[in-house]
Design a protein around this ligand. Structure first.
Ligand code: PFF
Length: 458
């Protein structure tokens, strides 16, 4: 039966706005900061291949499922899950899926904001001309100086959280459209300029080969690649679900999901092609970890024509991209507080902001005072500090688990009448989607999990 529910939070004005907002959520630090460094740490080629396969076979179908569930429920993910579970005659326990997403959103934003703070601080570093003619040692020094200073990190983390709260308090829709409409093409242009610089380093093909020539990968590497497919597309925690709840009735979810996934993947691959040639041209290590882009791109900006200007613009845009992702991380929680606690958006954002900010202090300290405080969980990970642990638990466990449950709910528990009606796509595409979400996604996620804990060995 067709659902006629309306969202109390309003609706996107049209399809394009939804695509822009969801792309704004998807494209962020995950593409430009995280993808290159985890690809570097996990050996390149095969990692990238697994990631691309996961985007195609898991990411796009889950994005369709999440958007579809959101549009059908038309509320915050918590209330959407509880309404749909009731309507479909399923256990009220499904509301937990919404809750898990809210928790994942808090956890992710707490460290996301710290890294976004690095990007903000690099706007000023680059703008001041600090990277003109810089050497490898020089960039390393500037980076280390920043991350080993907890007060500076805390200040930038605070600034970023305040920026995020202001937008969330005003309502996600105001301003987002304009920001993203300008941001995406501009970011693309600057990335292309950096790729063009990388072509002049004489090591371009080495970088490309690193990214695209299959080699070996560990079971952990497969988990990280799959987790990243969820992280980069903002899936598995309700961000896309809540954006889907503002989607007009007749928009094609299939088309929108494919466009968003292609844009997101394109940005990540371009970032990789900009960064790895610089890595090899300067004798750097691909596996240096979270500092990778901050230790490579400034070298490009320090040596290219008009590099100070281009570099400053680049870090401004990166901060913007992080901003449009950050707001989607807490929209599910804010929407719930407004619906259930009758709070206005301003209060809701301030409370969530304070909570997330405090948690972020743990990540601030992970790069300096607490960097030696690490722990291991048998079968799962070894020697991770606070920041690495949060990243691992959210991106590699919570998001795929959320995705797994979304797949089970959409394909096994919702009636085909409901999903067919809401997706409103042609028969052939519906069949493929249903098959992928019913079998491929759950099986793939379960196999990767079992492989990591050593129950099976791939
Ligand atoms: N997709 C964002 C990125 O790649 O930076 C991060 C993110 C946003 C993850 C929203 C999850 C989410 F719900």
């Amino acid at each position: 039966m067709t659902s006629t529910r309306k969202s109390i939070h309003g609706q996107w004005s049209n399809r394009i706005v939804f695509i822009l907002a969801a792309t704004g959520s998807a494209v962020g630090l995950g593409n430009i900061w995280k993808f290159p460094y985890i690809a570097g740490e996990n050996g390149g080629g095969t990692f990238v291949l697994v990631y691309l396969v996961c985007i195609a076979l898991i990411g796009i179908p889950i994005m369709m499922a999440e958007t579809m569930i959101g549009r059908r429920g038309r509320q915050s993910p918590i209330n959407t899950m509880s309404t749909l579970a009731r309507e479909e005659g399923r256990s009220p326990g499904w509301v937990m899926l919404g809750w898990m997403g809210v928790v994942a959103g808090f956890l992710i934003l707490s460290y996301y904001s710290v890294i976004a703070g690095w990007a903000l601080s690099y706007v000023f570093r680059t703008g001041s001309g600090a990277f003109l003619g810089v050497t490898t040692d020089g960039v390393n020094h500037i980076f280390t100086e920043l991350v080993t200073d907890p007060e500076r990190l805390l200040a930038w983390h605070t600034i970023f959280m305040v920026m995020t709260m202001i937008v969330v308090a005003r309502g996600v829709k105001h301003g987002l459209e304009k920001a993203v409409r300008f941001l995406m093409p501009a970011l693309l242009a600057l990335l292309l300029m950096t790729v063009a610089y990388s072509m002049t380093t004489g090591h371009f093909m080495e970088g490309v080969e690193f990214l695209f020539t299959p080699g070996t990968i560990s079971g952990q590497g497969v988990l990280i690649a799959m987790g990243h497919a969820f992280f980069t597309l903002s899936l598995g925690m309700g961000a896309i679900m809540v954006y889907g709840s503002y989607l007009p009735r007749h928009t094609s979810i299939t088309q929108a999901s494919i466009i968003i996934a292609i844009a997101d993947t394109g940005v990540a691959l371009l970032a990789g092609m900009a960064i790895f040639p610089i890595v090899f041209a300067n004798g750097l290590e691909p596996g240096v970890g979270p500092g990778l882009i901050f230790k490579t791109l400034p070298i490009a900006f320090g040596h290219m024509e008009a590099g100070t200007m281009i570099g400053t613009a680049f870090f401004i845009l990166l901060s913007f991209a992080a901003w449009t992702s950050a707001i989607s991380l807490i929209e599910p929680a804010v929407a719930w507080l407004v619906e259930n606690r009758g709070m206005n958006r301003i209060y809701a954002s301030v409370w969530i902001g304070i909570f997330t900010w405090v948690l972020g202090i743990g990540s601030v300290l992970s790069f300096n005072l607490w960097s030696e405080h690490t722990w291991s969980v048998p079968f799962l990970f070894e020697n991770k500090n606070f920041f690495d642990t949060l990243d691992f638990i959210t991106a590699n466990l919570m998001l795929p688990l959320g995705g797994l449950f979304i797949a089970i709910f959409a394909a096994w528990l919702m009636s085909e009448n409901s999903t067919r009606d809401e997706l409103n796509t042609n028969k052939f595409i519906f069949r493929i989607w249903h098959f992928l979400v019913k079998y491929i996604t759950p099986i793939a996620v379960i196999i990767v999990f079992l492989n990591v804990i050593g129950v099976i060995s791939l």
